[in-house]
Design a protein around this ligand. Sequence first.
Ligand code: SF4
Length: 65
Amino acid sequence: MQVSVDTQKCIGSGMCVLHMPEVFDQRDDDGVVVLRTESPGPELHDAVRESAIACPASAIHLVES
Ligand code: SF4
């Protein structure tokens, strides 16, 4: 799985960080998402998918391998 985020779309809601702090973080100044890893391990995939669904801005993109 390859993960990418669109920082232009992100509205800083923090849903992804709540779901998956191993993969997502937020900038201190404006809350915009920071991707901690582009290729999370298989054990994290379900939670990453849930994060993408939960994102209110559809700013998380997944490419399944
Ligand atoms: S859930 Fe979406 S809008 Fe909210 S911080 Fe994460 S990427 Fe940004």
